[in-house]
Design a protein around this ligand. Sequence first.
Ligand SMILES: Cc1cc2nc3c(=O)[nH]c(=O)nc-3n(C[C@H](O)[C@H](O)[C@H](O)COP(=O)(O)O)c2cc1C
Length: 158
Amino acid sequence: MNVLIVTESCFGNTSRVADAVAAGLRSTGAEVIVAEAASAPTLDGVDLLLVGAPTHNMGLPGPASRRQAATRGGNPAATGVAEWLDRLPTGFSGRAATFDTVTGTGFFAGSAAKGIQKRLRRHRVDVVARESFVVTATEGPLADGELDRAELWGAALA
Ligand SMILES: Cc1cc2nc3c(=O)[nH]c(=O)nc-3n(C[C@H](O)[C@H](O)[C@H](O)COP(=O)(O)O)c2cc1C
């Protein structure tokens, strides 16, 4: 199975989750590419697409929230998952799953993964799973056990 994980990260936490999910998938024999949204390859030959981002202002990062992250010491790319989704061609026939990082859980924390799921479904992509991983503060680190949970989630997706 060929898996593409498209992600963005301002402080490195979502990237660490992406790498842990990739490790879980690889443990089942999957071929996995982890790519920054700004330089992600095409979806040719991809069976399972994973898209993950940090939650910003209850949804997906955009130019303004990335600037805010930069003022707090983050290192965002100029463009990310939202812009990648804008360019997504129609007709991807594989499965997909979405993930995010959040500082809190529940309605008022919001979820980038939920926003990604909505946008993928608008493209008629079959989204089979969605998961959030908790960071202890805006800059991180991830809460105890979250990287292990990400690896298990990846293995279960396969
Ligand atoms: C501008 C900004 C807005 C944020 N808004 C939210 C939010 O609405 N809900 C939440 O749970 N976390 C929020 N956070 C915290 C981020 O989720 C956290 O910084 C992120 O998960 C860290 O991941 P990263 O290291 O990959 O950037 C926000 C962070 C920034 C910088």
